[in-house]
Design a protein around this ligand. Structure first.
Ligand SMILES: CCC1=C(C)/C(=C/C2=NC(=C\c3[nH]c(/C=C4\NC(=O)[C@H](C)[C@H]4CC)c(C)c3CCC(=O)O)/C(CCC(=O)O)=C2C)NC1=O
Length: 169
């Protein structure tokens, strides 16, 4: 697993260069956003159950077929698998926010997920809607908690959405 600092250092190490102006700019922006990243992770941590519950409720409101016979959240087993998946995406998003790097998402969440969703037929579109709803909730909560610029919160949620969308079901 990499974070913003180890990623940057390994990039420079590969070519045997000293850190330059660009590197220091990147490092400064990472450390300057550090407290906001921690605040966002704390918000996720304190509200994970609410975020998953409300995002799934909105998702099932937007795509009610999921809950009907033949839908992918029909039966208790599938319903709980769906909520569990949302919880995974949220938890790993909080790690990636602290790390300032998306590498953990590749390693722990997205690897093999395409194949799994493909073979089970779990629909990607609604999954992405769920991820985006959680993103919006986290940003709203971060704003309420006094985080001024919440744009950095987008990165892990958008990354997972983008990577998942490449699956053709
Ligand atoms: C930490 C990384 C990680 C991820 C991401 C993960 C996802 C994951 N989701 C799965 C299933 C599933 N995922 C869903 C998800 C949904 N159903 C819907 O209607 C919605 C569109 C969506 C929720 C938003 C469902 C219904 C299943 C069960 C499918 C089945 O067995 O028929 C499975 C198959 C095995 C199982 O059922 O546990 C995996 C591996 N597992 C992991 O270890």
């Amino acid at each position: 697993m990499r974070d913003a600092v180890t990623s940057l250092i390994s990039k420079y190490d590969i070519t045997g260069r000293y850190l330059d102006r660009n590197a220091f700019d990147d490092l400064k922006s990472y450390f300057e956003s550090g407290m906001a990243r921690i605040a966002a992770a704390q918000i996720i941590n304190a509200n994970s159950a609410t975020i998953v519950r409300d995002a799934s409720a909105k998702l099932f409101e937007e795509v009610p077929e999921l809950l009907r016979p033949g839908g992918y959240a029909y039966t208790t087993r599938r319903y709980s698998a769906c909520l569990r998946d949302l919880d995974y995406y949220l938890r790993y998003a909080s790690y990636a926010l602290v790390a300032g790097d998306m590498n953990i998402l590749d390693e722990r969440v997205l690897q093999g997920l395409r194949e799994t969703y493909n073979s089970l037929g779990v629909p990607i579109g609604p999954t992405v809607v769920g991820i985006q709803l959680m993103k919006d909730m986290v940003k709203e909560m971060a704003t309420e908690a006094g985080v001024e610029d919440t744009a950095f919160v987008d990165a892990p949620f958008d990354y997972m959405s983008r990577e998942l969308s490449e699956i053709s079901v």
